[in-house]
Design a protein around this ligand. Structure first.
Ligand code: GDP
Ligand code: IMO
Ligand code: MG
Length: 430
């Protein structure tokens, strides 16, 4: 029986949350494996909107197990306040249905402060991070000085580790003109939160191994997207983790063969929030129209998302580097009523035609898109729940995208609502 990994195939916000929520009906477990509360995943269920940043999107369904894997960086305050916020919306959350890897690294206030200080220092050259401390937390993880969830159960080790951490961070803080921190300013708040956090902690790799043995269905929920991947994205305008499906195994503590079908999520057009190259970006009325109809404002920061035409070159690249087996194409309805549509099929750069996005930062900023024009449709696709309900031009558009990106569509989404989803091929059946 296949498991499924859901990953973003563009620059994030493709609608992963909605698709994970829809698929979670058929799964037993939903696992986050990278990123942190820089993610913002929106679910709309029976007119109620749930916004999730750190908790897996399966949390809103009763009877499903939610797991935060070791690859996630966890901000304890954000974690507990998200639990409180969802409970206030009527979602039942308890340590027996939400497990967090004991070896996951923590995001501390000093990480968010450093993230923001760096962005201020960069001025116009800023990356446009979410300011949540994601990058600095992963830096500490890689540098082997991070505080992990399991350290909260060992106060002596925690005190030693915080001293080592502050040796590094206070030097940086002096450089950025931030006040230095005393060890107790870090340790005391953590020890205060520990009794609420530790009941969620466990060796999730063991549990996943047991669930595999029982033949349970696992759904891996990615955050961000392939073009924000630390290796494969538009570096340095990326996040600080691997977002591709390969990370699902390492970030959960399970073998790569257990990841199963890789479902890439892509919008029927393109958006990006934050700085960095975006070849098909539109600075005109068409771009503004996509932003308005698609409500393209960031879930986490509220920033307006940049909008542009579908870029088949980028998505094809994401499919190759991410091992994507099939796509979920979302927000088709946002294109309703547009007379003509454009799709980027290649780039021009210094007199050459390119069929991939080059790695260099100057080349990425310098490519110009080659477009293919297609007819739009005047009918509404919003809320369509069957392929047969789609206008002929919309069907043609979907088929052309499948050809250009060299992968089949498994799902289509036609509104934010859970039910407005068209299944073309069951990812769990593969
Ligand atoms: P994620 O980060 O990939 O989970 O995506 P976000 O939740 O940040 O952003 C996607 C936005 O589009 C959310 O507001 C969703 O409710 C909305 N959405 C998802 N699918 C569709 C769709 O098919 N049509 C429309 N109009 N909105 C959608
Ligand atoms: P979901 O899971 C869209 C972007 C930020 C910035 C860059 C680095 O909702 O798709 P970071 O705070 O991670 O160091 O910021 O990555 N970014 C996202 N963009 N969706 C996301 O998550 C994002 N998470 C980070 O805007 O450009
Ligand atoms: Mg999002």
């Amino acid at each position: 029986m296949a498991n499924v990994a859901v990953i973003g195939a563009q620059w994030g916000d493709e609608g992963k949350g909605k698709i994970v929520d829809w698929l979670s009906e058929r799964a037993d477990v939903v696992v986050r494996f990278q990123g942190g509360h820089n993610a913002g995943h929106t679910l709309v269920v029976d007119n109620t909107t749930y916004k999730l940043s750190l908790l897996p999107s399966g949390i809103v369904r009763q009877g499903k197990l939610s797991i935060i894997g070791n690859g996630v960086v966890v901000d304890p305050v954000a974690f507990l306040s998200e639990i409180d916020r969802l409970r206030a919306q009527g979602v039942a959350i308890a340590p027996d249905t939400l497990r967090v890897a004991e070896n996951c690294c923590l995001i501390l206030p000093l990480h968010a402060e450093l993230d923001q200080a760096r962005e201020r220092a960069r001025g116009d050259a800023k990356i446009g991070t979410t300011g949540r401390g994601i990058g600095p937390a992963y830096e500490d993880k890689t540098a082997r000085r991070a505080i992990r969830l399991c350290d909260l159960a060992d106060p002596d080790a925690l005190a030693r580790k915080v001293d080592e951490l502050l040796l590094h961070h206070n030097a940086l803080r002096r450089g950025y003109g931030e006040p230095e921190l005393a060890a107790d300013q870090v340790v005391a708040p953590l020890m205060e939160l520990a009794p609420r956090l530790l009941p969620y902690a466990e060796a999730v790799w063991q549990r996943l191994s047991e669930l595999r043995r029982q033949g349970r269905r696992i759904l891996f929920e990615g955050a961000q997207g392939a073009m924000l991947d630390i290796d494969h994205g538009t570096y340095p305008y990326v996040t600080s983790s691997n977002t591709v499906a390969g990370q699902a195994a390492a970030g959960a503590g399970i073998g790569p063969s257990s990841v199963g079908f890789v479902l890439g999520i892509t919008k029927a057009y393109t958006t990006r929030v934050g700085s960095g190259p975006f070849p098909t970006e539109l600075h005109d009325e068409i771009g503004r129209g996509l932003g308005e109809r698609g409500h393209e404002f960031g879930t986490v920061t509220g920033r307006a998302r940049r909008c542009g035409w579908f870029d088949a070159v980028l998505v094809r690249q994401a499919i190759k580097v991410g091992g994507i087996d099939g796509l979920a194409l979302t927000k088709l309805d946002v294109l309703d009523g547009m007379e003509r549509l454009k799709v980027c099929t290649a780039y021009r750069h210094h007199g050459h035609t390119l069929h991939h996005l080059p790695a260099g930062v100057t080349a990425q900023a310098g490519v110009t898109p080659v477009y293919e024009e297609m007819e739009g449709w005047s009918e509404s696709t919003r809320g369509a729940r069957s392929f047969a309900d789609l206008p002929a031009a919309a069907v043609k558009y979907v088929k052309r995208l499948e050809e250009l990106v060299e992968a089949p569509a498994a799902l289509l989404s036609t509104s934010p609502d859970r039910q407005d989803t068209i299944l073309m091929r069951d990812p769990f059946a593969d």
